[in-house]
Every structure is written in structure tokens, then in C-alpha cells.
Design a protein around this ligand. Structure first.
Ligand code: KG4
Ligand code: ZN
Length: 337
């Protein structure tokens, strides 16, 4: 069963063909990063405009690369939330029209379900497990009982972890997006050179929540002092120390979730799951089994959407043509009211 998956929630225009929710036949990712870099962040109007210009070609290329004719497809899926509304609308509308014109079943997919599904494109992972969803827009620690049965245990109370990497990188004048640049710069720095404050831990319902605005501000203030004394060599140390603190915040929350649920398998997803220090710290925990998607499936891509789409379509779920987008957080259950 071959499914076409379309992803356009932010600045990647992507389409993929995946067979049986597992075999990636093609996964075309056209990134808009160079077009947003001058602005140090994604400009929504530019993003939706570029998706409009690229989507048709990207889908065509995905079908050609998969050696798949339109008539070989069993269904279509596209991201409907969360993300930039104007960008989401392009992929979702294209996907609906594509499927309708060919009489194919269609399903609208949650982007975060896609990130969680990405490691499953490589092989089965037995439920339940803990999910660590870390991207530019979200930081979510959740219990995963099925591909669509997600309970949020903790989330950020302010900035997302990827956003903190991006904002710090802007202050370094390293460009956008900052995660990969800081990851690389940090390798030549001393992670213990600066001790940045970690947020207070909370009790009760919020014990697995994380926060990044305090860390971000502390790091930015530190940079201002460095600039004042013109000591650019300190940048790598700050990057390494910031990255260590950022990962520490995630680990503390994850360990609490592990304590609460007794689950020891952790499945990561989202752009920040590409972070080498996060991967190394989790790999070092012999008490946990940590599974990461391959680097090319950490960021936004159509394959993860096709994968989730397959699971829904296989069990007969369909979205109506009236399905629309939502910029808001994913529709996951919460552990607490
Ligand atoms: O999942 P994604 O591609 O898009 C969203 O859904 O937001 O995640 C993008 C985020 C950006 O904030 C980017 O800086 C971050 O992932 N990122 C990283 C790394 N690679 C990408 N953060 C830390 N380390 C990395 N190696
Ligand atoms: Zn994403």
C-alpha cells in the first residue's frame, strides 16, 4: 500500500512515497532555509509563497524518484497542524485536491505524530514507551501507547528547546537555524566553562515540564559580556555550556517521566533529536533504551507523514474535504486536566 505524504508546516517543502508505513521509496525535502536566513527566522509570508511555487514540482519528483505512477498510490496524507497556517494550507490543499482528483482516500495528519513515527519507518518498536518530541516549535515528553494514542506528561512552559538554540545562535551571529551550528561549535568548547542556571523543578502536575526562556536569557547576557571584552574564542565554550544545560533540562524531565511511568524505552523525534550531545548523553544511560531516527528523518519530511497516513488509512480513517489547518499545539491528551 503506497501512500503519498506531504509536509509543508514550516520551511521545508517535502513529499514522499512510503510503502506499508515502512519502506521509504522516496523522500524529497526542498528546504527554504537560504530564503529565510537573512531574517534570522522563518518569514511566514515567504514560506507560504515558496510552498505554493514548489509543491507541484516536489510531489512530481517524489513520485518519479519512487518509480510510482499516480495510479499505484493507495492514498494521500498531508500535515494539517500544528505549524504556520499559510504554509500548512498549501500542502493540505494540494494533498486534498490531488487525492480527490484521483478518487484516493485522504487523511490530514498531525505533524508531531509524524515526528514520533519517524523511527518506526525503520522497524517496529513495542508500545508503550516514552516519546521525546523536540523541535523548533515544541518540547514534549509523552507516554506513547499507540501511533495515535499519546499522553503528554510534560511540555515547555515558555520557549521550545529548538527555539532556544535558534535565538542563541542569532546572538552569536551564526545565522538561522542555529541548532546544527551550535552543535558543531560546541564540539571544540568546554561544556563546564560556564554554569548556566537551570529552571526550578515543579511539583505535581507540572513535574515533567521544562522551561528555556531563563537559560536563553542567561546565555545571551553572557555573550554581551564577551562581546564587550572582545573575546570571540569564548564562543565555543558558551555554545558547549549552553548545549549542556539545554540537554540537562530535557534529561531531568525525562527521568521524572521515567520514574512516574516505569517506562525505560525512549523514542526521540524532531529537529533537535539530531543533536549529537543529546544523543551521546542518552546513549550513555545504561538504564534506558534510547531510539533516535536517522539524521535525515529528524527534521521535517514527508516520509513521516506518509507513515502516519498509512496507519490511519489502513484502519479506514478518512478526512473530509472540509478538513482544515490549525496553528495550535497537537491534539494530544494530557495526563492531568
Ligand atoms: O522538526 P524541525 O525540523 O522543525 C519544527 O518542527 O520545528 O526542527 C527544527 C529545529 C530548529 O530549531 C533547529 O535549530 C533544531 O531543530 N535543530 C537542532 C539540530 N538540528 C536542528 N538543534 C540542536 N542540535 C541540532 N543538531
Ligand atoms: Zn517538525
Amino acid at each position: 500500500m503506497r501512500i503519498l505524504g506531504i509536509e509543508s508546516s514550516c520551511d521545508e517543502c517535502s513529499a514522499a512515497v512510503v510503502e506499508d508505513g515502512r519502506r521509504i521509496l522516496s523522500n524529497i525535502v526542498a528546504t527554504q532555509i537560504p530564503f529565510h536566513a537573512d531574517y534570522n527566522g522563518v518569514v511566514p509570508e515567504i514560506a507560504s509563497r515558496m510552498h505554493t511555487e514548489w509543491i507541484s514540482r516536489v510531489v512530481k519528483d517524489a513520485l518519479a524518484a519512487a518509480g510510482t505512477a499516480r495510479s499505484d498510490l493507495a492514498g494521500g496524507a498531508a500535515t494539517a497542524r500544528p505549524g504556520l497556517s499559510g504554509s500548512l494550507l498549501v500542502g493540505l490543499t494540494f494533498g486534498k485536491a490531488f487525492a480527490w482528483a484521483r478518487g484516493l482516500p485522504f487523511i490530514a495528519v498531525d505533524h508531531m505524530l509524524g515526528h514520533l513515527y519517524a523511527p518506526r519507518l525503520l522497524g517496529d518498536i513495542e508500545y508503550p514507551y516514552l516519546g521525546l518530541l523536540v523541535s523548533g516549535g515544541h518540547s514534549i515528553i509523552c507516554r506513547v501507547d499507540d501511533f495515535d494514542d499519546i499522553t503528554v506528561l510534560g511540555t515547555t512552559i515558555d520557549d521550545a528547546v529548538g527555539e532556544a538554540f535558534d535565538k542563541v545562535a542569532v546572538h552569536y551571529k551564526l545565522g538561522y537555524p542555529g541548532g546544527a551550528v551550535i552543535d558543531k561549535l560546541a564540539r571544540s568548547g568546554n561544556p563546564d566553562a560556564f554554569r548556566f542556571p537551570l529552571p526550578n523543578l515543579h511539583k505535581g502536575a507540572h513535574r515533567c515540564d521544562v522551561s528555556y526562556s531563563g537559560l536563553k536569557t542567561a546565555v545571551v547576557n553572557q555573550l554581551e559580556q564577551f562581546r564587550a571584552v572582545d573575546a570571540p574564542t569564548g564562543n565555543a565554550d558558551i555554545a558547549a555550556s549552553f548545549q549542556k544545560a539545554a540537554v540537562e533540562i530535557l534529561l531531568r524531565a525525562l527521568l521524572r517521566a521515567q520514574e512516574d511511568t516505569g517506562l525505560t524505552t525512549i523514542v526521540a523525534g524532531g529537529g533537535v533529536a539530531a543533536n549529537s550531545y543529546l544523543r551521546a548523553r542518552l546513549a550513555a544511560r545504561k538504564d534506558l533504551r534510547c531510539l533516535f531516527p536517522p539524521l535525515e528523518l529528524c527534521g521535517d519530511n514527508g516520509a513521516m507523514i506518509a507513515g502516519v497516513g498509512y496507519k490511519f488509512l489502513e484502519r479506514g480513517d478518512r478526512s473530509p474535504l472540509s478538513a482544515t489547518v490549525s496553528a495550535r499545539v497537537p491534539a494530544f491528551k494530557r495526563r492531568y486536566p
